[in-house]
Every structure is written in C-alpha cells, then in structure tokens.
Design a protein around this ligand. Structure first.
Ligand code: SF4
Length: 315
C-alpha cells in the first residue's frame, strides 16, 4: 500500500544546550582521567538515555553522598546545582568532588547570595523539589528564600507583611510567558523589586520555547523528545499546547507511538528538550518513516554558539 505523505517541521534550536554538553563532557573526561568508577550525585542531566550510556562507561549514579563507600573515588555534582551543604559534606569526608553545575545556574546562586547579603527579601520562582530549586534554596540559610510556584502563589503574597526591600530570582528552565505573568504580579505589588541583571531563564530554554511557538500553530501533532523529569521538556509540551497544537506529546521511548494520529496528520512538529540527544530525534523520525512518506523541513529560529569551559581539574 502506498504510504501517506506527511511533513515534519523540525524545530531549531533543539536538544542539547551548552550546560548539558559541559556536564556530560565532565563525566566522560573524569572517567578518562581517573578510571572507573566515577560517582555522580543525581542524574547528571535529566535524560535516561544519557544516564544509561554513562553507566555503561563506568559512572555510578547516587542520590546522596552517604551512598558512596569508597571516598577515594571522584564524585561529580549534576548540572542542576547542589545546596552548599553538599560540597561541604564532600570536603568534610575528604572526597574529591567536581562540580558540573551549569554556569547559568551558578549565576542564579550568586544572585541569591548577593540579594541576601544586601538584606533583601527573596522570592524564587520555580518548581518545588526540583533539584535546581533545592540547590538555589540551599545557597542560603533555611527560610531565607520564599518559593513561588504559580501565578496564584504570587497573587496571594501579602505585601503588607514584608517590610524589607524585595528581590527575585527564577529557575532557569521555566515557561517564559508564565514567569513573565508572575513577575508582573511582583512588580505590581512591589514597584521597586530588584530583578536579575540578566534574565535567569536561560538562552536555551528561551530559544527552544520560541521555536515551538513558531512551529506548533502550523502542526496537527507536536512531539517533544525528552524525559518526564526534565523541566524544560515539560515546558515545551505546555508551550506547544498553548500555541494551538492540542495533540502535543512527550516522547520518552517508553511509550507506544500514536500511529493512528500520526497517519491522520498533515504536518507534525518535532523538538527535543535541552537534555535529549539528537539521536533520539532521528530515532523518532525513523519510526514515523516506517508508516508514512516523510518530507522534513527544519525551521531555524536562531543559531546558538554558547559554550562553557570545563573545570580546571579536567584540563
Ligand atoms: S537548560 Fe540552560 S541552565 Fe539548564 S543546563 Fe542548559 S544552559 Fe544551563
């Protein structure tokens, strides 16, 4: 039977950001330099395929340092950043640690510290229990940062109860539009609120969301290749839906592809989260090709050229 022809609009930029490339490089370089095992605290980036690949090469993933018995081996902290207590614990146990925190997350940490030292009341816009949020809150003494998760949280702030000057920082992987709405509430309640000098939502999150906004309205279906626990991938799904493509789904390769819906579509959009390898996007396209004749058009919103240096200990 003749295959139906569909068009795939491939978003660019998509996939790995500079922080993810650096974090994976750090684990690979540490394995080269120090041999196996190299411990990694938490998934180095939120993608099962990346983690499984590094496991095969000799990385051992743990959630807490107390799971590591051999303190002579290196331990790497994930790209999401860690509370200050973690490097302190590693130092007290004389463990050699390497920090793979994305420099753009470290920037948020330093901002929060700056606000604290200057006597500000600090809001952090982010998702409770996400490792990046735990890491940012853990830069300061407990209770120094007020977490704001939603627009409603922001509206419920009682400005009369806050006598200090006010500032905010945000998680790096939030929805640009939802965060703007929250910040508008902050600004209406606290006209003098101190903002980050440069947006905390990072360039990679912003570019991937903008590309989805452009493509999703043209599509009958939209796929985001990523992971359930990847904040930026989840936001891309929300953005695709809000931009008008209700049939938007996360593809983790644990699920069955909705072949019926794919065959009924004329145009399918595809992007990938900042921690998803490009090979997975190509795997998805190859799966679709088994059922349809595919024409691919890449829609390039902008080119990215950001790179981050590796820690000195690995040079
Ligand atoms: S998504 Fe942004 S903040 Fe997170 S690792 Fe990538 S560049 Fe860094």
């Amino acid at each position: 039977m003749k295959k139906k022809e569909i068009k795939i609009l491939l978003a660019a930029p998509r996939g790995f950001c500079a922080g993810v490339v650096r974090a994976i490089d750090i684990v690979e370089k540490a394995l080269d330099k120090y041999g196996t095992p190299v411990y990694v605290r938490h998934e180095i980036v939120h993608n099962k395929h990346v983690v499984d690949d590094l496991k095969k090469k000799g990385a051992v993933f743990v959630e807490e340092l107390n799971e590591i018995e051999d303190h002579s081996r290196p331990v790497i902290f994930s790209a999401h950043g860690v509370p200050k207590s973690v490097p302190e614990e590693a130092s007290s146990k004389k463990m050699f640690h390497i920090d793979a925190t994305c420099p753009l997350v470290t920037k948020v940490h330093r901002e929060a510290e700056f606000h604290y030292k200057n006597g500000y009341y600090i809001f952090l816009v982010g998702h409770k229990n996400h490792p990046e949020v735990l890491g940012t809150m853990g830069q300061l003494p407990k209770g120094s940062i007020k977490l704001i998760e939603t627009y409603e949280d922001a509206q419920n702030i009682n400005e009369k109860q806050i006598s200090k000057p006010v500032s905010y920082v945000t998680q790096t992987t939030l929805s640009v539009d939802d965060t703007k709405d929250i910040i508008d509430v902050f600004k209406s309640k606290f006209p003098k609120i101190k903002s980050p000098i440069k947006e905390d939502i990072c360039y990679a999150t912003t570019n991937r969301q903008e590309a989805v906004k452009k493509i999703a309205p043209m599509c009958d279906m939209f796929f985001v290749v990523g992971s359930e626990n990847s904040s930026n991938s989840q936001r891309l799904i929300e953005v695709a839906k809000k931009s008008g493509c209700i049939n938007s789904e996360l593809i983790t390769f644990g699920e069955k592809l909705p072949i019926d819906l794919i065959i009924k579509s004329k145009k399918i959009g595809i992007t990938s989260g900042a921690s998803a390898p490009e090979q997975l996007v190509q795997n998805l396209i190859n799966e679709i090709k088994k059922h349809c004749k595919v024409i691919i058009e890449e829609i390039v919103l902008t080119k990215e050229s950001v790179t981050f240096k590796l820690p000195k200990s690995l040079n």
